[in-house]
Design a protein around this ligand. Structure first.
Ligand SMILES: CC(C)(COP(=O)(O)OP(=O)(O)OC[C@H]1O[C@@H](n2cnc3c(N)ncnc32)[C@H](O)[C@@H]1OP(=O)(O)O)[C@@H](O)C(=O)NCCC(=O)NCCS
Length: 184
């Protein structure tokens, strides 16, 4: 793993999960989660989602991590060894010491605190081990569950990016959230 990401202590253990770098053998679980059409509204990914896309997800994220451009982790419940969450830091700006966080949870497991647990752990680890001062998230304005996750972790809503997303032929607003190192 390149760049400053080498300082992270991986895997990360949380109360219920182990968060680790994706392996090629994880592609099947990623495919099962992301080919679900109802995941589509708020996750940016090819549609229809094919098994090949999941293989590419693992391959590309591993390569970007080697270059220190991107952190992508999958969280597996220790009790079942099953995939519960994907969480990553992207748009890492080492000069200004900030990064953007993204995450998804397979639909069958929504509402059980997996995203909150993973986002908290990744933010803590990033602030502890990396020269990161600020983590931000951009959330489509109708994505109530994602806004709840960020509120639980301590993110502050900083504003609305008006008509910043094009969904089909409609413009949608998105909200910008930020969390500073001293706030976690
Ligand atoms: C957003 C997402 C990651 C949340 O994952 P999760 O593991 O279900 O999240 P958590 O269980 O930690 O918290 C979800 C919170 O939202 C609430 N919630 C869920 N759906 C809701 C809805 N439709 N309306 C209001 N609140 C909702 C839950 O009750 C919970 O809040 P609470 O703990 O105060 O009760 C998941 O819904 C998902 O993968 N969505 C599709 C991808 C996505 O939107 N990613 C984020 C892009 S910014």
């Amino acid at each position: 793993m390149g760049g400053n990401l080498r300082s992270l202590r991986l895997p990360i253990s949380t109360a219920r999960m182990t968060l680790r770098i994706p392996e090629p053998s994880d592609a099947e679980a990623v495919y099962r989660a992301l080919h679900d059409a109802k995941m589509g509204r708020f996750v940016r990914r090819p549609s229809p989602y094919r098994r090949l896309d999941a293989d590419a997800f693992v391959r590309v994220t591993r390569r970007k991590m080697q270059k220190g451009e991107f952190l992508s982790l999958l969280g597996f419940e220790r009790a079942s060894s099953e995939l519960r969450v994907a969480v990553g830091l992207h748009s890492i700006d080492w000069a200004n010491r900030h990064a953007e966080i993204g995450y998804w949870v397979p639909r069958a497991h929504w509402g059980k605190g997996w995203a909150t647990e993973a986002v908290t752990a990744v933010c803590q680890e990033a602030f502890r081990r990396l020269p990161i001062h600020r983590i931000e998230a951009t959330v489509s304005s109708g994505n109530v569950a994602s806004a709840r996750v960020l509120a639980h972790v301590g993110f502050v809503k900083e504003g609305t990016r008006r008509e910043s997303k094009l969904r089909g032929t409609s413009w949608c607003d998105s909200d910008l959230y930020g969390l500073l190192k001293r706030e976690l």
